[in-house]
Design a protein around this ligand. Structure first.
Ligand code: SAM
Length: 217
């Protein structure tokens, strides 16, 4: 796809940035999903990942109670609201702008008090737990892998506590070895587990998504 911005402008914008910042900027400038997200009014390109996962797994039904962990800036929350969720509780460690139709909470999900806050806002069992939580990358592959595993483990524990039988748990992981043990544990609690690499997830990224459906209770 052609880039609408001239090369000179792109190089000027990159001035004074570190190599990893420049790489990020280059990816953003050349990424068709960034423009698509802007045109569609989504706060992030990540919205398309959930849309693509949903096209495959059919996650949403009107009136659902949904928890969105690692929600900022809010693309997935917007998609959940669009799909006519009854309740959406969105949590992030960072501040997130409010979205009509969602309860937005700011907390570190690894802090035990965070899940209590979510449960209070949810006010009853959930139909769908989403986690797109990812710590900022350190560049050290193994460390990044272990940190995301810890977040998904915490989300899984929470999902087992709050999901209705038949509910679903969808999230992001990074390849690295440890994910297989965790996916096995998830599989044991659900009737079906699918591993998904949505087209909008960059092929060079070690991330992948999973959708566990049919919570056994
Ligand atoms: C890839 S972004 C999520 C994008 C979001 N799904 C969207 O559609 O806009 C990952 C998010 O995980 C959050 N996160 C990382 N560690 C967290 C933690 N311990 N507790 C809560 N959120 C966390 C980050 O702050 C970041 O906003």
């Amino acid at each position: 796809m052609s880039n609408p911005r001239p090369l000179a402008e792109r190089l000027k914008t990159a001035k004074g940035r570190s190599t990893s910042q420049q790489n990020w900027l280059r990816r953003q400038l050349n990424d068709p999903y960034v423009g698509k997200a802007k045109d569609a009014g989504y706060r992030s390109r990540a919205a398309f990942k959930l849309i693509e996962i949903d096209a495959k797994v059919r996650l949403f039904r009107p009136g659902m109670k949904i928890v969105d962990l690692g929600a900022a800036p809010g693309g997935w929350t917007q998609v959940a609201i669009e799909r006519k969720a009854g309740t959406v509780v969105a949590l992030d460690i960072l501040e997130m702008d409010q979205l009509p139709g969602a309860v937005v909470l700011q907390a570190d999900f690894l802090n035990p008090s965070a899940s209590e806050k979510v449960k209070a806002a949810l006010n009853g069992p959930a139909d769908l737990i989403l986690t797109d939580m990812a710590p900022s990358t350190t560049g050290h592959r193994e460390t990044d892998h272990l940190r995301i595993i810890a977040l998904v483990e915490a989300a899984f524990e929470f999902a087992c506590e709050v999901l209705k039988p038949g509910g679903a748990f969808v999230g992001k992981l990074r390849q690295g070895g440890e994910e297989q043990k965790l996916m096995k544990a998830v599989q044991a609690r659900f009737t079906k587990l699918q591993r998904i690499k949505p087209p909008s997830s960059r092929s060079e990224s070690a991330e992948f998504y999973f959708a566990a459906t049919g919570f056994k209770g």
